[in-house]
Design a protein around this ligand. Structure first.
Ligand code: NAD
Length: 462
């Protein structure tokens, strides 16, 4: 079906009011959950084929995320849909006012290849909970998952409610030029810019979930050094895990580490031990040869302290620790998006923050410290989508926490209530009676500015 035809059928669906009522939305979400059950094995197989994700990783970081979102929305939707009473201005007294939230309409969701199930279906849950219809455009770089998603959606929904359009950049481009009511995009910064430009032409609101470099900081507060040294193994395990996940192809992976000079050596030793203990048995593959070559180029930036083995046949790169990097090396400038972890020694937190500020704001900042003053400084002196202390990545696992970036890492928020707000529009409904009708508002003026000012000053004081 042509894109314009899909949009037409979706507009007819919206006009019919079929997905307006709470009960209809809940039925839709329950049908969605049931289809997820029926297609779960197929999705796990597709994720193994496209990215060699282990079943456990695929279940926890893809399927579970969507299901948690589904049940969170089912639990809270009734409360979110309630109209909010608001006071009326004096001029409209007596009267009543409320704010209602209405579906945006037909939503376009374009997704990337790295978490191709989660990043396509989690926004869809929010869009459907908000009463919209949707068109999905999965990434062509995860073709098995794209096909499996198409089958799941066709099984669960009428295309007038949810449709999938498969294809690459050209298809994405032509979709983004259609008059959708909202575009929700997850992917790279360059594509995000193109989407925003295309949407500007039709004045379509846009949510952008983009990328960047998420740093990890290890700077002890006063008297904390010994404690961090004693816990270096767990710090290293949590860092290494964030990088190992999906072979580093995670938008919120710890991209690089900045560590206080005196902790540098112990950290590198503990990181090597952590990667060693994980092995490569459950390591995902780099998505394709182009990205494999791109990631490999970073290895030339510095000294390899651990890892570095790679295999173009299986598109595998062993988790690698890089040291002695010049500040302008590509691995400290570009998003790495692979299993390579640069570790940079800094004299103190201020020096690290200087390096941090040379980059656009990231999706996440990780910092290993329990010192409240260091934590407060990191939060107040930086900008990012989120901050997570003493762990990596886990702060994105809750539908109760809004997710998104700032500036180059994105605009807008989603998950749970944040998705509901993103995919609805606030509308004001004010109701008045025709009596009383105070004449002072009508010309010719009976009040002077001075009398009015005195009246409002009196109100302000009480
Ligand atoms: P990408 O921008 O190349 O592609 C994303 C999607 O956009 C794909 O479906 C692609 O077909 C489509 N597309 C490409 N050109 C288009 C165009 N001109 N118009 C419309 N659609 C177009 O990104 P990718 O390589 O698939 O994903 C990796 C990037 O995504 C990384 O930068 C990563 O940080 C980011 N990312 C962000 C998040 C997040 O939640 N913020 C999550 C995962 C990945």
């Amino acid at each position: 079906m042509a894109i314009s035809q899909i949009l037409e059928t979706q507009r007819a669906w919206l006009a019919s009011g079929k997905s307006r009522a709470l009960k209809d939305r809940r039925d839709t979400l329950r049908a969605f959950a049931a289809a997820m059950d029926r297609h779960e094995a197929e999705l796990l197989d597709a994720l193994r084929a496209d990215l060699r994700k282990s079943p456990l990783e695929a279940y926890t970081s893809e399927i579970r995320m969507v299901r948690d979102e589904l049940f969170h929305v089912l639990r809270h939707l009734k409360g979110w849909m309630k109209p909010q009473r608001r006071p009326v201005p004096l001029l409209a007294w007596p009267g009543r006012a409320k704010v209602i939230r209405e579906p945006c309409g037909s939503v376009l969701i374009i997704g990337p290849w790295n978490y191709p199930v989660h990043l396509m279906l989690t926004p869809l849950v929010g869009a459907l909970g908000a009463g919209n219809t949707a068109v999905l455009k999965p990434s062509e770089l995860a073709p098995e998952t794209s096909a499996a998603l198409t089958r799941l959606i066709a099984d669960a929904f009428d295309p007038a409610q949810v449709a999938v359009v498969e294809g690459g950049a050209e298809i994405g481009e032509s979709l983004a030029s259609e008059p959708f009511d909202h575009i929700f995009f997850t992917g790279g910064i360059a594509t995000g810019r193109k989407i925003l430009t295309a949407a500007a032409d039709k004045l379509v609101p846009v949510t952008l979930e983009l990328g960047g470099k998420c740093p990890a900081l290890i700077f002890p507060g006063p008297g904390e050094r010994e404690r961090l040294l004693g816990q270096m193994d767990v710090i290293a395990r949590r860092l290494a895990w964030g990088k190992y996940l999906n072979a580093g192809q995670t938008c919120v992976a710890p991209d690089y580490v900045m560590v206080e000079q005196s902790l540098h050596e112990p950290l590198v030793a503990a990181l090597a031990k952590a990667f060693e203990s994980f092995g490569v048995g459950e390591l995902g593959k780099i998505v394709n040869r182009r990205h494999f070559d791109r990631v490999l180029r970073f290895l030339a930036d510095g000294r390899i302290a651990h890892g570095g083995k790679h295999d173009p046949e299986t598109l595998t790169i062993e988790p690698t620790i890089l040291l002695d990097l010049p500040p302008d090396s590509p691995s400290l400038q570009e998003e790495i998006f692979g299993p390579i972890l640069p570790v940079v020694a800094c004299a103190n937190l201020d020096q690290a923050l200087e390096q941090f500020h040379s980059q656009p704001p990231p999706l996440a900042i990780y910092a290993f410290t329990s010192d409240e003053a260091v934590r407060a400084k990191i939060v107040s002196d930086t900008v990012s989508g989120g901050v997570c202390f003493n762990d990596t990545v886990v702060h994105i696992a809750s539908p109760a926490l809004p997710f998104g970036g700032v500036g180059a890492s994105g605009m807008g928020r989603y998950r749970g209530k944040a998705s509901f707000d993103t995919f609805t529009r606030e509308r004001v409904v004010m109701s008045r009676h025709l009596w009383p009708d105070l004449k002072f508002r009508y010309p010719p003026a009976t009040a002077t500015v001075e009398r009015l000012r005195n009246f409002f000053r009196f109100i302000e004081r009480h």
